[in-house]
Design a protein. Structure first.
Length: 281
């Protein structure tokens, strides 16, 4: 029996933490890559013990091990796009930034995981400083939520105009090529509204808001979807539009599992088909 060769597909790399509950981090990123028919690879930065109720424990991976994972993937398989998530500490951030430069990874999406959507700070001040000065300048696009944008800009964000002002300041002060300030942490009609700024063009990106408590992993999923589309050859603004559409659909099929905040439904087409089958039986 002759073996069949499959066509070469794009490769994306996620550099992030492991979520034992499967809702965010590496697990969410790899599912997102798979959905978009992009081969997903990973460099794990930390291992968490968590579920839908919260995080119970975090263990850092040695920076040298993170670098080794990145090298192993890049030198053999190649990487068309990469994204970062939880990098945990100054040492890992520094190592990742140096490796991104050494490997010349250009399609880099930085999800600056510093503060949760509820406002809880996740990185200490030294780590934030390293993220700001060492990694973000190497990003093709960064995707801060409301609280992260406040830290990076020094502004309090309560309105659309605040989001626009923050995007401009972050772009000027960090060197990121594109800033996408996310409005998911805001209330009312700003939920689902993001601001894009590339130094020349300011765009308000609006999509329908999905009302659900099960939104764990939305930030990871958005940045992973952007990276997937970059790996597939899309330009940045197209990648962002398509990623937002994907996240909205995944939220529409969010998983009501566990006792707390469940994850989005990354394979929503399969969930939709399953639902239809049950209805027709």
């Amino acid at each position: 029996m002759n073996s069949k060769t499959t066509p070469k597909i794009p490769v994306a790399l996620t550099i992030a933490g492991s979520d034992s509950g499967g809702g965010a981090g590496i697990q969410a990123d790899l599912r997102t890559f798979a959905f978009h028919c992009v081969h997903g690879t990973s460099a794990i930065t930390c291992v968490t013990a968590q579920n839908t109720l919260g995080v119970m424990r975090v263990d850092a991976i040695p920076p040298e091990a993170v670098v080794a994972q990145m090298s192993a993937v890049y030198e053999d398989i190649g990487v068309q796009a990469a994204k970062t998530g939880m990098l945990l500490n100054k040492e890992i951030i520094t190592a990742v930034a140096q490796q991104v430069e050494a490997l010349q990874i250009h399609n880099l999406v930085v999800d600056p995981v510093m503060v949760s959507r509820t406002g809880a700070q996740l990185l200490d001040d030294e780590a934030v400083k390293s993220l700001r000065h060492l990694l973000i300048p190497k990003a093709a696009i960064i995707t801060p939520n409301r609280y992260e944008a406040q830290i990076l800009s020094g502004l309090q964000i309560h309105s659309l105009e605040d989001m626009k002002a923050a995007a401009q300041i972050i772009h000027k002060n960090t060197g990121a090529k594109v800033v996408l300030v996310k409005g998911g942490g805001l209330q009312g009609n700003l939920r689902g509204v993001d601001i894009w700024f590339d130094g020349h063009t300011m765009e308000t990106l609006t999509i329908k808001h999905v009302e659900t408590k099960n939104s764990h992993g939305t930030g990871c999923t958005l940045s992973a979807a952007i990276a997937a589309h970059l790996a597939l050859g899309s330009d940045l603004i197209t990648a962002v539009h398509r990623a937002k559409e994907y996240v909205t659909s995944a939220l529409s099929y969010a998983l009501d599992i566990g006792k707390g905040q469940g994850p989005v439904g990354h394979f929503f087409t399969l969930l939709s088909q399953s639902e239809m089958t049950e209805v027709t039986q």
